[in-house]
Design a protein around this ligand. Structure first.
Ligand SMILES: Nc1nc2c(ncn2[C@@H]2O[C@H](COP(=O)(O)OP(=O)(O)OP(=O)(O)O)[C@@H](O)[C@H]2O)c(=O)[nH]1
Ligand SMILES: [Mg+2]
Length: 419
């Protein structure tokens, strides 16, 4: 089975929590704080490979999570960093944000691993919170949470020359003749079900050829195999349009040509690509009528037509000479523009609701502050109060009408409001 589009979930590792600990040693009383920092969470990394050709593996595994960082421990020991998760995708895979459809990365080359999500930072241990007046800080910072994201992987093959045409015209045969690829070839429609790539070397020039399934009239409406697979020739520099010039199966090569062009146009930009035509199966042509009709139509449009036989290899050299002449003068295709933004730290917010009993504060800021506090400790409570003030919660409560002595509920804990 061939899979070239999948949706997966990725998540960076959470940072480990900072540790609360105090130095203990024989004969040393009241040692200082020595809680280590949490380790960083692992990253989510993508690597492109040219030995993988489909996204099939992702049908079975759709979730990729990096390891969390370990918590810090006593003796100022930093927790170990979480293992990154390295995901291998076929070269040419485009990674998009499933929600916004923005291109996050185009895995265009095999030598550039991409960090898509960075692991969360580890939290500071209590060793960092000692000051002259606060020698026994009883709190530490929790680790930062790793970000999670849903992404769409889309394989868009990277090739120089794309073969297009009706089914059974000899596209795969041609690929097998000009490259060492061994595609399936048979005398029926839709023999090719997924793209085959091969490398052609001709007169010291080498280029990648992509053979795709046949296109029929109405492919853009889902007839035949549809036309989604055209994404695999989107990035080619040039198209080689193969027609069965012998008109076998009672087909008319000129009409076939038009039908394919209509489908390419329906797909989008493909019609603007440079195109050369291979009039294939010349070996079984009774005369040159079809060839002459096709030439008469296309040559005035600037489209060259080369009579060939993939079966006997007649005309192949002239065709390859023309193809390499064009390719040599064409710029290479650029990767897609990436719209990656360093993910903003999770939107931190809070909300105040007023009830008959007083005020309730909720939201991600509160969760984080509460996670880092030891409510059994006076110092820690001061730190808590300070954090509430710094994040604007005290002001917001006052604006909402809170007065000294009012009850404020934060995560099921009740406090008396004091300015
Ligand atoms: N006589 C003759 N037969 C050919 C030639 N090229 C291909 N064929 C035959 O045409 C049939 C179809 O060839 P394929 O290469 O599978 O055609 P295709 O265009 O890839 O077909 P799909 O994958 O179905 O789109 C096979 O039986 C080939 O042997 C040729 O130049 N001359
Ligand atoms: Mg084929």
């Amino acid at each position: 089975m061939f899979v070239d589009k999948v949706k997966i979930k990725i998540k960076a590792g959470d940072g480990g929590n900072g540790c609360v600990s105090f130095h203990r040693e024989k004969f040393v009383q009241a040692g200082g704080p020595d809680g280590g920092d949490g380790g960083r969470g692992g990253d989510v990394v993508f690597i492109a490979s040219d030995r993988m050709h489909t996204l099939m593996d992702f049908r079975y595994k759709r979730s990729f999570e990096a390891e969390n960082g370990k918590d810090g421990t006593n003796g100022r020991r930093t927790g170990t960093k979480g293992q990154s998760v390295e995901t291998i995708v076929p070269k040419g895979t485009v990674i998009k944000d499933a929600e916004t459809d923005r291109v996050l990365a185009d895995m265009f080359t095999t030598d550039a691993p991409r960090v898509l999500l960075k692991g969360g930072q580890g939290g500071y241990g209590n060793q960092h919170f000692a000051t002259a007046t606060r020698q026994a800080p009883n709190y530490a910072k929790p680790g930062e949470r790793g970000r999670a994201l849903e992404v769409v992987l889309e394989l868009k093959s990277i090739a120089d020359l794309g073969l297009v045409g009706f089914p059974n015209v000899g596209k795969s045969t041609l690929l097998s003749v000009v490259t060492s690829a061994k595609p399936k070839i048979a005398n029926y429609h839709f023999t090719t079900l997924y793209p085959n790539l091969g490398i052609c070397e001709y007169n010291g020039y080498s280029f990648v050829v992509a053979d795709i399934p046949g296109i029929v009239e109405g492919a853009s409406h889902g007839i035949g195999l549809g036309y989604d697979f055209l994404r695999h020739i989107e990035r080619t520099r040039m198209l080689l349009h193969v027609v069965d010039i012998s008109g076998s199966e009672d087909r008319d090569p000129v009409k076939d040509f038009d039908a394919i062009m209509a489908e390419l146009e329906a797909y989008g930009k493909l019609k603007e690509k440079k195109m050369i035509v291979a009039a294939n199966k010349m070996d079984i042509c009774e005369n040159d009528d079809n060839l002459n009709r096709l030439k008469a139509k296309l040559e005035p449009m600037g489209i060259e037509v080369y009579p060939v036989s993939a079966a006997t290899t007649q005309g192949i050299e002239a065709l390859l000479t023309a193809v390499t002449r064009e390719l040599r003068n064409m710029p290479y295709i650029e990767p897609f523009e990436e719209e990656y933004e360093e993910p903003a730290p999770e939107e931190r917010s809070f909300e105040i609701t007023k009830s008959a009993y007083g005020y309730e504060v909720s939201g991600s800021i509160v969760d984080e502050i509460v996670r880092s506090v030891n409510f059994g400790d006076m110092d820690s409570l001061n730190y808590f109060h300070n954090s509430l003030r710094k994040s604007g919660i005290i002001d917001a409560l006052r604006r909402a009408g809170a007065k000294d002595g009012d009850t404020v509920t934060i995560q099921e804990m009740e406090f008396e409001f004091t300015e």
